[in-house]
Design a protein around this ligand. Structure first.
Ligand code: NAP
Length: 229
């Protein structure tokens, strides 16, 4: 499995869940912990700076890939007028463009039956009352398109492509402010924020044979937040 974003809380939950059964290659700036093969990569940098080196390592060390998870993400909660060019470019590079370039590079290495999971956000389809993040929403919405197009392109090879859209998850990036948290909780049907393990469980399902007839789908993991966001 090749994955980005494994140093995040959701990534750590995923490693805890899948580490015993999968060989995991992590792409990112931070070492995500023991039991994972780490290839240091800064996804903000242009793909020309890292993509072929990653490919060479994967081909030499593994030959084929059975799963790709794009979990890396970055968000700047700015109004559109105050979003800097650097923030826009970082948001697009980490959330969307690197996922596209990695998918294109990995495609010939994906085995028949492989599973691809892209991690979006409730913000792809809904503007939050708690802070504008148009660039982030646009980047995550781009992942929606990738899922559907890749599912169509790669389905004939038996490759499944799906997305997971978390809502408010208790990670380092969760709401710091108690009032924001209370407001959010009041809009979540299940009345609470989610745990990283609950997102990891859905990603694990999409990787598993239990999801053998699921492709081109987006699963919300948000306790019902998107119903009245
Ligand atoms: N937390 C939530 O409530 C929530 C809600 C909806 C969606 N999500 C999505 O879930 C994912 C994880 O979220 P999180 O809140 O747990 O995020 P986080 O703690 O901020 O982690 C972000 C992850 O992205 C990676 N990343 C960021 N910039 C990178 C760069 N330049 N190069 C390589 N990797 C980079 C980080 O890796 P390094 O440590 O290597 O930089 C890290 O693993 C993201 O895609 C996020 O959009 C989260």
């Amino acid at each position: 499995m090749v994955a980005t974003g494994l140093s995040s809380a959701i990534g750590q939950a995923l490693v805890a869940r899948l580490g015993q059964h999968w060989t995991i290659v992590a792409l990112g700036r931070t070492f995500p912990g023991d039991g994972v093969h780490w290839l240091p990569v800064d996804l903000r940098k242009p793909p020309a700076a890292w993509l072929s080196a990653v490919r060479e390592r994967l081909v030499a060390d593994y030959g084929h890939v059975e799963a790709f998870i794009h979990l890396a993400g970055v968000v700047y909660s700015d109004r559109t007028e105050s979003t800097t060019l650097d923030e826009w470019e970082s948001t697009m590079a980490v959330n969307l463009a690197s996922g596209f370039h990695l998918g294109a590079m990995l495609s010939p290495l994906l085995s028949p039956g492989a599973s691809v999971v892209l991690v979006g956000s409730v913000d792809a389809r809904h503007a939050s009352q708690d802070g504008p993040a148009a660039a982030y929403g646009a980047a995550k919405a781009g992942l929606f398109g990738l899922v559907r197009h890749w599912a169509a392109e790669w389905g004939e090879r038996g490759i499944r492509v799906n997305g997971v859209a978390p809502g408010a998850i208790l990670t380092g990036n969760g709401p710091a402010d108690d009032k924001v948290r209370e407001r959010l909780q009041s809009r979540i049907s299940l009345g609470r924020l989610g745990y990283p393990e609950e997102v990891a469980a859905v990603i694990a399902f999409l990787l598993s044979p239990d999801a053998s007839y699921v492709t081109g789908s987006w699963l919300s993991v948000d306790g019902g937040l998107n119903i009245r966001y």
